[in-house]
Design a binder for this molecule. Structure first.
Ligand SMILES: Cc1ncc(COP(=O)(O)O)c(C=O)c1O
Length: 383
């Protein structure tokens, strides 16, 4: 079956009692048992342990990513935390890409050490840097490609080779490309994380997360962390995410085409210093992107001439674009990573990783690209 068929049908069967075509929102805390001897006979006990609406989403994501099984969470961060809680213990070491979502950096930097886990940050676009960061006690390598916000691309298959040789795990955040444009399990990854808040749900309506794994042992450890810490997704969020995913490919195709057109237009604008988009031949890892993904996503970043002041003026001057955190929705959003999504990263580390003070991040939506360009053009004229 093709991806479009799977995104509509996978994981969802008509409701056995009513025939409802959509999996109902099972808004119930608990599930009544037939007898003590037949405990969990229908598969559910308490919604922190599992819920039928959430399960339908987990089954859909497992099939779309081509993994073994999945768990869903209250947010993308809850998903990342469940992976760390489930897979790490005191004395372990982890290698984390130097450019990742700011919240992932913050958790790794400020919390993992409290539990006796040592963290190294390494340039994930440089395979040699990842290799030299490995230690005998390295339990996992965490990548995010393309990375938020600089759109640096990691050669995921090369990192998987390193983790395999080291008997470690490759955990990757696939939020930016989704399984429609990138399938990390085919590149040797062991755990795939999503903020479903972004492209998967796609409508700025929910906060959610998911973890897909390549084997049962990992599923059990991570699901145990979820139930123990109570990091669960609500049935309403699962329902909305199930509906959003049905149009994922159509949205990704159009939003990515808009992003490419915008990136080309920005390249030709006299007030723009540089533009980063993995689909541009000038992107430093364009070849890696071509090899490992089937699309380049809908995120673009750039620096305006005049640095941070000019960037801030631009973000205040746009009208159709919304100045907001979040990404991946049908509405186009403009973000200043340094004050918004990556404020938790210390300045020296930010700048070393290319997250400069004047960086502007675009999440390109579904609007007519001519309108998006006209609005940015008018705003650039005004600064
Ligand atoms: C790549 C990436 N991963 C994870 C997250 C965290 O997701 P959430 O906001 O759903 O907790 C984000 C949020 O921006 C993100 O961009």
């Amino acid at each position: 079956m093709g991806f479009r068929t799977k995104q509509v049908h996978a994981g969802v069967t008509p409701d056995p009692t009513t025939g409802a075509i959509l999996t109902p929102i099972y808004q119930s805390t608990t599930f009544v048992q037939d007898s003590v001897d037949d405990y969990m006979g229908k598969g559910y006990s308490y919604s922190r342990a599992g819920n039928p609406t959430v399960r339908a989403l987990e089954e859909k994501l497992t099939i779309l990513e081509g993994g073994h099984d999945a768990t869903a969470y209250a947010s993308g961060m809850a998903a990342t935390v469940a992976v760390f809680l489930g897979l790490l213990q005191a004395g372990d070491h982890v290698v984390i890409a130097d450019v990742v979502y700011g919240g992932t950096y913050r958790f790794a930097d400020q919390f993992l050490s409290k539990f006796g886990v040592d963290v190294s940050f390494a340039d994930a676009a440089d395979v040699a840097a990842i290799r030299s960061a490995m230690r005998p006690e390295t339990r996992l390598v965490f990548t995010e490609s393309p990375a938020n916000p600089t759109l640096k691309v990691t050669d995921l298959a090369a990192v998987s080779e390193i983790t395999k040789e080291a008997d470690a795990l490759h955990v990757t955040d696939n939020t930016f490309l989704t399984p429609y444009q990138q399938r990390p399990f085919e590149l040797g990854a062991n755990v795939v994380i999503h903020s479903t808040t972004k492209f998967l749900e796609g409508h700025n309506a929910t906060l959610g997360g998911a973890v897909v794994v390549d084997r049962q042992e990992l599923q059990e450890k991570i699901a145990f962390a979820r139930i123990a810490a109570g990091l669960v997704m609500s049935p309403m969020v699962a329902f909305l995410t199930l509906q959003g995913i049905k149009t994922l490919s159509e949205r990704m195709d159009r939003q990515s085409a808009n992003a490419l057109a915008l990136a080309h237009w920005l390249q030709g604008h006299s007030k723009i210093d540089y533009v980063n988009y993995p689909g541009l031949v000038e992107h430093p890892q364009h070849d890696v992107s071509l090899r490992q993904s089937t699309g380049f996503g809908a995120m673009v970043c750039f620096e305006v001439e005049g640095g941070v002041e000019a960037g801030k003026k631009l973000m205040d001057a746009v009208e159709l674009w919304s100045l907001a955190e979040n990404l991946g929705s049908v509405e186009s959003l403009i973000t200043h990573p340094v004050t918004m999504t990556h404020a938790a990263v210390p300045r020296d580390e930010r700048v070393a990783a290319g997250i400069t003070d004047g960086l502007v991040r675009l999440s390109v939506g579904l609007e007519d690209v001519e309108d998006l360009i006209a609005d940015l053009d008018a705003a650039l004229d005004r600064i």
